[in-house]
Design a protein around this ligand. Structure first.
Ligand code: BTN
Length: 252
């Protein structure tokens, strides 16, 4: 990973961003956490491979060499106007906009923060918070993108999603810099409409988990805090702040 190339592609106001590049790490989110503990406030960690990449809800994130971008951006919460909940949604918009401009095609966002190309997931985001005793806090925004399925086992190669399906394979440095440029730009401009216009499953029958039960509903959209709004069969509307939503009748 060429650190200088990433710096060159970043917007001018990000010239001073600390970038840490690695060949192998367990998880870039763990490395970011260690850097914060060592006193570094803002930075970007990227790795060629993760041996213990993780996703939301306890899933692992398969992170072989050459196939994907694995990156974690970290910063103090108080430098950012977004709430912890909306940082993740803003990052999803940043990923979609950056990848769209590199690949020349449109991507969807599956609530709350998965990026899809057609019916296939190509990127995921895991945001974690780190808080110290004095109340100060940092967020670690971990982003994983399948660029190609090169390092994937044969049995999942054909069904996995990757940017290469668009026919264009940008360099890892272009992807990383593009996403950081968009994420920091969106700090100061409205982005919710961009999120809503890419939101998948609106108006469709979905299910989600609530207190251990599966609830069936029609997905209505999101509110201004990016909480999911869904109408149950009895007409009541639920606001869901976290979890997963699934489509009842998957598209073919
Ligand atoms: C998901 O799909 O549920 C989220 C996946 C997030 C993966 C990225 S890869 C970089 C960072 N390091 C991790 O261990 N996870 C995130």
């Amino acid at each position: 990973m060429a650190k200088e190339k990433i710096t060159k592609l970043l917007n001018k106001d990000l010239d001073e961003l600390n970038i840490f590049t690695y060949k192998d790490v367990d998880s870039t989110n763990n490395v970011a956490r260690e850097l914060i503990i060592s006193g570094i406030k803002t930075g970007l960690v990227v790795a060629d491979r993760q041996t213990a990449g993780r996703g939301r809800t306890g899933h692992s994130f398969f992170s072989p060499e050459n196939s994907g971008v694995y990156m974690s951006y970290f910063a103090p919460f108080d430098t950012d106007p977004s709430t912890p909940e909306t940082i993740t949604a803003r990052a999803a918009v940043a990923c979609a906009l950056a990848l769209e401009s590199l690949c020349g095609t449109r991507f969807g966002i599956k609530w709350v923060n998965d990026i899809y190309y057609g019916p296939r997931k190509i990127a995921g985001i895991l945001t974690e918070g780190i808080f110290s005793g004095d109340g100060s806090g940092y967020y670690v925004l971990g982003i994983g993108i399948n660029v190609s399925t090169e390092g994937f086992p044969e049995d999942i190669k054909d069904s996995a999603g990757a940017l290469s399906l668009t026919g264009i394979i940008p360099s890892h440095e272009e992807i990383i810099a593009g996403i950081i440029n968009e994420f920091t730009r969106l700090n100061t401009v409205p982005w919710l409409e961009e999120y809503k216009s890419r939101l998948m499953y609106v108006g469709e029958a979905v299910s989600f988990a609530e207190n251990g039960n599966t609830v069936f509903a029609t997905m209505l959209g999101v509110n201004d805090e990016c909480a999911l709004l869904a109408r149950l069969d009895d007409g009541t509307v639920r606001e869901i702040k976290n979890g997963e939503v699934s489509l009842l009748r998957p598209h073919r």
